[in-house]
Design a protein around this ligand. Structure first.
Ligand code: 13P
Length: 248
């Protein structure tokens, strides 16, 4: 039985004060969460998050990672640096990284490899644009994004990773994929992996992301191939995030 994971992606949001408040609220209500819970903070707040979450069951991580360990890469943060602050997760290939920061499938694969190399659990984001869904090429797009990682790291690498299916048209739009729409893509992803390695397919957690909230999380997480959520907007308020953590 795969466990449910609910991970917050705070994106470019928060301040010392709001993060203290948010984590205090989350910790106060976390005891009846059904899911494993994690938050992915802006890099600069990771030490603060580490301090507050020390000794609790809430995991934390980053929203990206450099493919390089050190050197002349201005503005980057590496796996060893994230290890220095005991991060557990690193999101890689978020659609905003792909579209706004020109990350290609191969860049994402390299970041995925860097995370694994340093013992971090990559949360690999995949998902199609609205026009790709309308063209009927969702599976092709998701396949291509997964193949870049599988070709570089091998399918076995997915056993210790998390995949997040995030249809770009559902991110921050309030337009959630229906549970069945999401389940169809999740089943496709698991089926694709199963053709290469059935054990890995059974083990890998596949989260759904895109306008998840307390009102729709139950139905989404009830689908057989949806193993939790990657949460943007609703992860910024303790009450909203906790409602999702208690779903499933
Ligand atoms: P929203 O939950 O705000 O739609 O964002 C989803 C997301 O991009 C999580 O990574």
């Amino acid at each position: 039985m795969r466990r449910i994971l609910v991970a917050g992606n705070w994106k470019l949001n928060g301040s010392t004060e709001t993060i203290k408040e948010l984590l205090k609220g989350i910790l106060a209500g976390i005891s009846d969460a059904k899911a494993d819970v994690a938050v992915c903070a802006p890099y600069i707040y990771i030490p603060l998050v580490q301090d507050i979450l020390a000794g609790t069951e809430v995991g934390y991580g980053s929203q990206s990672i450099s493919e390089n360990d050190s050197g002349a890469f201005t503005g980057e943060i590496s796996g060893p640096m994230l290890n220095d602050f005991a991060c557990k997760y690193a999101i890689v290939g978020h659609s905003e990284r792909r579209s706004l920061f020109c990350e290609k499938d191969t860049d994402t694969a390299n970041k995925f490899a860097a995370a694994r190399k340093h013992g971090l659990t990559p949360i690999l984001c995949v998902g199609e644009l609205l026009e790709e869904r309308e063209q009927g090429i969702t599976e092709e797009v998701v396949s291509r994004q997964l193949d870049a990682v599988i070709e570089l790291e091998g399918v076995e690498a997915l056993a210790d990773a998390v995949i997040a299916y995030e249809p770009v048209w559902a991110i921050g739009t309030g337009k959630t994929a229906s549970p069945q729409q999401a389940q169809d893509v999740h089943a496709f992803i698991r089926g694709k992996i199963a053709k290469l390695n059935a054990e890995v397919a059974e083990k890998v957690q596949i989260l759904y992301g895109g306008s998840v909230n307390g009102g729709n999380a139950d139905e989404l997480f009830a689908m057989p191939d949806i193993d939790g959520g990657l949460i943007g907007g609703a992860s910024l308020k303790a009450e909203d995030f906790l409602a999702i953590c208690k779903a499933g």
